[in-house]
Structure formats: structure tokens, C-alpha cells
Design a protein around this ligand. Structure first.
Ligand SMILES: [Zn+2]
Ligand SMILES: [Zn+2]
Length: 352
């Protein structure tokens, strides 16, 4: 099926309109007309070949919300006309231990999981094309139900990456009532981390380097806001956190945060820096049995749980809508952190 899309043809050419081929839906496939697609930092890194392994043409986008237009005979969970979503992965081996535990993002099969775009980056299968397009065809297992109202759909899109990436560590490390949880960096991921940790009932502390974000962080649900450049403000929270989720993708000194963990606390990294963080101070970890860990998006089952939780509580992202044609401007603004807090593409502008 010929489908309109926006693609980069190389790491140095701007994204532009093109036509891609989508497979006709098979028995377990769901065809979705894409209504909205969030803009993730990974889109930019991949389209500009800043990470190794980009296959061109590259059609980014893994925060997809749309309407089901066709389903295969074996599909049971969605029907034509339903709203549906697709996140960061569209396939995995489905037989390994991780897939068996609904943790497809950690698939241990020979090729790992298949990304929604730039999938099978090891070259083992056909390239996949993401949400900067008019439609997508995805196996039912990797399609999410959307139970938010129609008016919320654009603001639901970023839940599919920014939302689940913060939700998964919050759940895994037990964020909830009686727990003190820090969120480092108040951007696309961090603003969702604050909202979700707050909704889960934790005492939430937002860390930012800009005082201008202080009031916003309170509005998002933070109980306290700390300027991480202030040694005094940081010291006031020494040895007090159960969990700190760090969304910052730029290399920085992690010791300032491990020192804030209580005994057995964890600093969980979800930002992917282009060069390594400085080596952490081991004594900070030994004295207090503290941990530094990482976490990658979330599995399909967990993503559905997060979407349902958000639908029940009326939680969405704070978004700024853009036209598909403005994507390069949006990338430049994203690089300057000039967005509150996620760009979402109105895909009607591609179809027009
Ligand atoms: Zn993403
Ligand atoms: Zn697997």
C-alpha cells in the first residue's frame, strides 16, 4: 500500500515528503490511519545518523495514535473505527524468556526487538518506517488500546515513549505512597515522570538546572523543586531518596545524585548520552548499598497498563502541535529545550 510519509534520505538531508510501501494487513495485522505522532529525541538522533546503524530512507516516529482502518481475520483486541496506539516496538522473537514475561523491549532473540522505525537495525530484516506517515500496519500484539477521549488523542501520543519510559522504572522500583522519588530533567520524559510519580502517590522532587522551570514543575505535580546546580539545595536532600529517575541525556556527574539516595536507593538512568557519563564514585555506592541502574521503555502489557491508568486519571502530556512540514524547525527548538514539553505532529497536515 503506497503511503505518504516524511523521510530523511541521509544523515545530512532534511526530512521531506516521500511515498513508502506498507504491507497489506495479514491475518494478525492491524492497519491504522495515523492521526498524531509525538516527536522524540531518538527521532532526531536516528534521522541524523548520530547513533550508529541508521538505515535510509529513515521515517522516524514512535509515539503513534490513530484510528483502526482494517484488521486481519485473527485480530480480536481492536476493531475498525477504534482508536489505537503504537509505541517504540512492532515485533520481537516472542519465544525468549523476556518476551515470555511481557518484557519484549529486552528481547533476547538473535536480533532483539524490532523498532517501530529503523527496525532490525542489524540489517537482518526489512527496514521499518515509523509514525511520520499517513498510516501504519502492525501486528496486533504490538497495538495498544486507547481509552482516552477523542479530544485528548494528540496529548496521548507522547505517553507511548516518554510516558512508558518513566512509568516502567517508577513501577519496577515501587514508586508510591511513602516513597520519595526524584525526577532529574524536566523535559519530554521528565515532565511525564513528575506527573506519573505524583499520580502513583509518591513524594516527588523535581531536579532542574533552570530556575525558570520551578513554577512549572510544581504545576506538573512536584512537591519540591531542587536546582541541581545549587550545592546547598542538593545537600539538604542527602541520603533521603528511595528512587531517582534521571532523564538527562547529556553526560554529567552522577555522584551528585547517588549521594542523595538513602540506603538501598537506586538512581535509574533512562536518558541515552552520546558519550559516557564520568565514571561514578564507587564509595557512594558501597556506603549505602546504593545502585545505579538503567531502564528501557516498557513492555506491551506494561504500556497498556500505563495507558489505562492515565485514561482513568485523565493524565496526558503537555504538548505543542506542529505541522509535518515544520519538523526541522521543531528539531532545532527541541535541541534548545524550547518546547513544553513535547511536539506532536498533526498528521492531517501530511495528508492535506
Ligand atoms: Zn522515544
Ligand atoms: Zn524475545
Amino acid at each position: 500500500m503506497q503511503t505518504k510519509a516524511y523521510a530523511a534520505q541521509s544523515g545530512t538531508t532534511p526530512l521531506a515528503e516521500t511515498v513508502i510501501d506498507r504491507r497489506a494487513p495479514g491475518g494478525s495485522d492491524v492497519a491504522i490511519e495515523i492521526l498524531y505522532c509525538g516527536v522524540c529525541h531518538s527521532d532526531l538522533h536516528t534521522a541524523r545518523a548520530e547513533w550508529p546503524g541508521t538505515r535510509f530512507p529513515c521515517v522516524p516516529g514512535h509515539e503513534i495514535v490513530g484510528r483502526v482502518t482494517a484488521v486481519g481475520d485473527a485480530v480480536t483486541r481492536v476493531a475498525v473505527g477504534d482508536f489505537a496506539a503504537v509505541g517504540c516496538l512492532v515485533d520481537s522473537c516472542r519465544t525468549c524468556a523476556s518476551c515470555g514475561e511481557d518484557l519484549e523491549q529486552y528481547c533476547e532473540g538473535p536480533h532483539g526487538f524490532c523498532g517501530t522505525y529503523n527496525g532490525w537495525a542489524d540489517g537482518s530484516g526489512e527496514n521499518t518506517y515509523g509514525g511520520y506517515s499517513a498510516g501504519i500496519v502492525v501486528d496486533e500484539h504490538f497495538v495498544l488500546n486507547v481509552r482516552h477521549g477523542e479530544q485528548d488523542l494528540a496529548a496521548v501520543a507522547p505517553l507511548l515513549c516518554a510516558g512508558i519510559t518513566t512509568w516502567s522504572p517508577l513501577r519496577h522500583w515501587g514508586a508510591g505512597p511513602g516513597k520519595k522519588v526524584g525526577i532529574v530533567g524536566i523535559g519530554g520524559l521528565g515532565h511525564m515522570g513528575v506527573k506519573l510519580a505524583d499520580a502513583l502517590g509518591a513524594h516527588v522532587v523535581a531536579f532542574t538546572t533552570s530556575d525558570s522551570k520551578r513554577q512549572d514543575a510544581f504545576k506538573l505535580g512536584a512537591d519540591e523543586v531542587v536546582n541541581s546546580r545549587s550545592a546547598e539545595e542538593m545537600a539538604a536532600h542527602a541520603r533521603s531518596f528511595d528512587l531517582i529517575v534521571n532523564t538527562v541525556a547529556a553526560p554529567h556527574n552522577l555522584d551528585a545524585f547517588t549521594a542523595l539516595l538513602r540506603r538501598d536507593g537506586a538512581l535509574v538512568l533512562v536518558g541515552a548520552p552520546s558519550s559516557p557519563h564520568p565514571s561514578p564514585a564507587v564509595f557512594n555506592l558501597i556506603f549505602g548499598r546504593r545502585a545505579i541502574a538503567g531502564s528501557l521503555i516498557g513492555g506491551i502489557k506494561e504500556t497498556q497498563e500505563m495507558l489505562d491508568f492515565c485514561a482513568e486519571r485523565g493524565i496526558t502530556s503537555d504538548v505543542e502541535m506542529i505541522a509535518m512540514q515544520d519538523i526541522e524547525d521543531a528539531y532545532e527548538r527541541m535541541l534548545r529545550s524550547d518546547v513544553k514539553y513535547r511536539f506532536v505532529i498533526d498528521m492531517a497536515t501530511l495528508k492535506a
